[in-house]
Design a protein around this ligand. Structure first.
Ligand code: AMX
Length: 437
């Protein structure tokens, strides 16, 4: 059984060669035009960054090294006694491009569990924060402060060769991933359930199994399985989304993995991005309150129009790239469909019914390019059903997950020696001058 580092030792030289050939043989090939609409329109659709682990097709959704979510559900190892993909097997796939064996997955689980305890100064820092401070703010602070431990930063200061960067990047990434559950769980406990002792990390359990245990829901097998699936499929969504792009940009300055990921978390904390899963549930609960027991397709339609006419977006719908229902939404819906208890829950029903009505309303409204649900339309209601009712915490779970993809790319960016990002910006006057030329 190889370690993830040993597999990377084999894979990296091949990718380095591929990049060298791309640069020398195809450096001048054209991938698309840069139009004014790109410059003023949030760079939507502009093919402008390298990201190895996943590619998003507008109609088909995400593929991780070519594998769809159902492919991953078939190929990747589950926890003992479980069925859903676990974070470790997804991380291994993202990082190496290879499906890990069960033994490799278990070994990575143990490696992470052994590194999972928080340093005391982080515990003190988190414990000192007011419980009213948003959990995402706390998560970003904890991740940033963990850079006290950065091997990458220490090695850089010592003066190492560029070719060695990735090994320290990997060490930091594994350490950060290992500690995220304890950090995220401590925030939850402090804010919502103070005073109760947090269980210790079980070295025989997977990363998410330990996370759920530390959150205080370890005896809920279905919630544990749901979070395994949730964290695996939220792990990466190519590079252009705001959190991934932020970590890539910050990492390109050779800021360490902790600081790069802390920056990503603050992009994730915006309501148009990761905070949408908090917003969806708030919006659906308001709908439930207003409609009472009279939940019909017509009433939902009226409520959707009311939201749109008040100038708000319908949270959980639309996407920067996707033009079809998000396969992550479908995977979470399938999880519900296979559990009658879950499906009978009024809020899960409401999400399902909203999905039956919203695309037609959004099409008629005519603004959004994608009238279909994204993953956030479904993710929160299941957490709510299982008793994790604190919406403000939901994006933290997303934040634990997105580390899989962002840290993967951090390692690859250093292995490939990618340069500091520095696109060219233009003022409106400069754009007009260029057009006239
Ligand atoms: N409800 C109402 N209007 C919407 C809409 C929605 N769900 N989605 C997009 N629109 C509007 C936009 O606000 C924009 O209006 P404008 O021209 O007045 O500015 C117009 O439709 C065109 O937007 P677009 O090109 O289709 O989308 P985008 O790439 O600019 O934005 C996104 C994508 C996700 C920010 C947007 O669809 C949105 O705000 N959705 C609701 C929030 C949400 O669910 N976010 C989660 C995304 C997934 C994630 O990151 N977790």
């Amino acid at each position: 059984t190889k370690t993830v580092k040993e597999v990377l030792d084999e894979v990296i030289p091949k990718k380095q060669l591929q990049l060298k050939q791309l640069k020398t043989e195809h450096g001048q090939a054209v991938l698309g035009d840069v139009k004014v609409e790109h410059v003023v329109g949030g760079m939507r659709g502009l093919k402008a960054m390298l990201w190895e682990a996943s590619v998003l097709d507008p109609n088909e959704g995400i593929r991780f090294h070519g594998l769809t979510i159902p492919d991953c559900q078939n190929a990747l190892t589950a926890a003992p006694g479980g069925k859903e993909i676990i974070a470790e097997s997804m991380f291994w796939l993202l990082l190496t491009g290879k499906v890990p064996t069960e033994a490799e997955t278990r070994q990575l689980s143990r490696q992470l569990a052994e590194k999972g305890d928080l340093p005391e100064y982080i515990e003190k820092l988190i414990d000192s924060l007011p419980p009213t401070l948003h959990p995402m703010t706390q998560l970003g602070m904890g991740v940033a402060a963990l850079n006290h431990e950065s091997k990458f930063q220490e090695a850089y200061e010592r003066g190492i060769k560029k070719s060695e960067y990735w090994t320290y990047a990997l060490e930091d990434s594994l350490n950060l991933l290992a500690r995220l559950p304890a950090l995220a769980a401590r925030i939850y406990r402090n804010v919502y359930n103070p005073g109760k002792p947090i269980p210790k990390i079980n070295k025989d359990l997977d990363l998410v199994g330990n996370y759920v245990n530390m959150l205080g829901y370890g005896d809920n097998h279905d919630l544990t399985e749901y979070l395994r699936l949730y964290i695996a499929i939220h792990g990466d969504h190519e590079g252009g989304n705001a959190s991934a792009h932020t970590s890539h940009l910050v990492g390109s300055t050779l800021s360490d993995p902790y600081l790069s990921y802390a920056a990503a978390l603050y992009a994730l904390a915006g309501p148009l991005h990761g905070l949408a899963n908090q917003e969806v549930l708030r919006w659906q609960m308001n709908m439930q309150k207003e409609l009472g027991d009279d939940i019909t397709h017509e009433n939902i339609e009226d409520y959707l129009w009311k939201t749109l006419k008040s100038g708000q977006v319908v949270p959980g719908y639309g996407h920067g790239v996707l033009r079809y229902p998000d396969p992550r939404f479908m995977a979470l819906q399938d999880f519900c469909e296979s559990r009658p208890n879950l499906l009978a829950d009024p809020i899960v029903q409401l999400v399902k019914k909203t999905y039956e009505v919203a695309p037609a309303v959004l099409k008629e409204h005519g603004k959004t390019k994608n009238p279909f649900p994204n993953v956030d339309a479904a993710s929160g209601c299941v957490l709510y059903h299982y008793g994790l009712t604190e919406f403000k915490y939901y994006t933290v779970i997303f934040g634990v997950s997105r580390a899989l993809g962002c840290l993967t790319q951090y390692v690859w960016s250093r292995a490939l020696g990618l340069p500091i990002e520095r696109p060219k910006s233009l003022s409106m006057d400069a754009i007009e001058k260029l057009i006239k030329q």
